[in-house]
Design a protein around this ligand. Structure first.
Ligand SMILES: Cc1cc2nc3c(=O)[nH]c(=O)nc-3n(C[C@H](O)[C@H](O)[C@H](O)COP(=O)(O)OP(=O)(O)OC[C@H]3O[C@@H](n4cnc5c(N)ncnc54)[C@H](O)[C@@H]3O)c2cc1C
Length: 409
């Protein structure tokens, strides 16, 4: 088959793959994304769908991550108003809550400062007279309710919108296209990869100056099929389950705390489309170590019970489960594992994205590990910055900070 040449070939059509495609196309590069299924068919359609700084990361001192995510949240609210919307978040504090009112007030103050202290970062105490309007939240033992704002999105729709933006700048996408293997091309152009992929049962090849491995939970599996000196980063896969419940939360998102291990659980309003159209509640998430084939991740009965138990602590009704889904976090294994021994070891882990290359000075292969949906654009710009010595000079076509993102079906 004919072999087309690209500046970058990106493996994976999740938020990171399409984010890099958008940034690379905006910088003027010739880009191809290979996705084995459909866009966002991996983790990027199974997240909690929050565009947020992550209030809870403050507890673990991840200030840079929170600041970056809040900055990206502000950009997305501006560039993607159809897709990313602010929501009120409510944090109820009961007599037996682990996090006290003063701790939450301090955390919310810091969160607001890291977000630039603008109007979107303000918070307040909800007056007692308004508690009855909080979607049936139990009030026995309730001491305080804080309200602040963060944003919600449809993660799969956001991924599609970023890819559409990349395509308008010239990027190409092949779905149902599975990356098979890559090796350095030694005969003609030594600084090229020869890439093999399969689409609709036919094998194709193309060449590229640089490969970006954005295969999420499959990253090390993909890396093993590339003939390079890049060392895989040791990662753990940690699954997170969400339940879709019958019901409606009219006021906003509730920031709950599991009675078992005090982990935060979100109860969020969710709008279902298609045949099951209507209002629902999205409840999640869990942290369960996963081993096996990422394609086979699925919600476990114990996770469903853990989530419902939390919901029942805060709301008197137990709604029916309409659906459930699970996604996989990619968490690099910390060098000093003992630091994280004991309670909530996954919650305390650093969530910064790791960008691993085959050669720091002039990388030709870069693998993305971990990361946040919220920070995809900032991550993509960092990826391009790392790759700049390996890519030809091009005239930029656009700036990703100002590119509008439109909802497309
Ligand atoms: C439970 C959970 C909740 C989360 N909640 C939030 C949140 O609320 N807010 C937030 O900011 N972040 C959140 N995150 C993090 C965020 O969802 C992820 O960081 C992000 O979606 C990862 O995107 P990705 O592109 O790296 O991976 P993926 O979305 O998994 O994409 C990888 C893609 O690579 C493809 N692929 C794999 N192998 C091949 C191959 N051989 N050939 C071609 N294609 C291949 C896969 O099909 C897949 O589509 C959450 C994560 C989890 C697990």
């Amino acid at each position: 088959m004919g072999s087309e040449h690209y500046d970058l070939v990106i493996i994976g059509g999740g938020i990171h793959g399409v984010g890099v495609a958008q940034a690379a196309a905006a910088a003027g590069y010739h880009v191809l994304v290979l996705e084995q299924g459909e866009l966002a068919s991996g983790t990027s359609s199974r997240s909690s769908k929050l565009i947020h700084g992550g209030l809870r990361y403050l507890e673990h001192g991840q200030f840079a991550l929170v600041r970056e995510c809040l900055h990206e949240r502000a950009l997305l609210l501006k560039n993607a108003p159809d897709l990313v919307r602010l929501q009120p978040f409510f944090i109820p504090v009961y007599a037996d809550s682990v996090r006290s009112s003063w701790l939450l007030r301090a955390g919310l103050t810091l969160y607001s400062l890291l977000g630039g202290a603008g109007k979107d970062t303000r918070f307040r105490r909800v007056p007692r007279r308004e508690w009855a309007a909080l979607d049936g939240l139990k009030t026995t033992g309730l001491q305080t309710v804080f309200q602040y704002q963060d944003a919600q999105t449809d993660d799969a729709a956001l991924t599609r919108a970023v890819m559409t933006s990349a395509q308008t700048l010239g990027a190409q996408l092949k779905t149902q296209a599975t990356f098979i293997a890559a090796a350095g091309l030694e005969d003609r152009r030594e600084d090229c990869w020869k890439i093999r992929y399969r689409q609709h049962e036919q094998e194709y090849t193309c060449t590229a100056r640089v490969i970006v491995n954005a295969a999420g939970p499959w990253a090390n599996e993909v890396l093993a099929r590339i003939a390079s000196t890049a060392k895989p980063v040791a990662v753990e896969l940690v699954q997170g389950t969400h339940l879709v419940l019958d019901g409606k939360l009219a006021r906003g998102i509730y920031y709950l705390q599991s009675p078992q291990d005090q982990r935060p659980i979100f109860a969020m309003p969710w709008q279902l489309g298609g045949e099951t159209a209507g209002s629902a509640i999205l409840l999640g998430t869990t942290e369960t170590r996963f081993t096996g084939n990422p394609a086979e991740v699925h919600p476990l009965p114990a996770e469903q019970e853990y989530l419902l138990e939390t919901y029942r602590c805060y709301f008197s009704e137990t709604p029916n489960i309409r659906a459930a889904f699970a996604g996989l976090r990619v968490l690099p294994v910390p060098e000093n594992q003992n630091e994280y021994k004991g309670k909530n070891q996954y919650a305390a882990r650093q969530r910064e994205t790791v960008l691993q290359t085959d050669c720091p000075g002039s990388p030709r292969l870069l693998t993305i590990y971990g990361g946040k949906l919220t920070a995809y654009r900032a991550t993509a710009e960092k990826v391009l910055h790392k790759l700049q010595n390996s890519l030809p000079d091009k005239t930029a076509l656009a700036d990703t900070r100002a590119l509008p993102l439109k909802h497309s079906p």
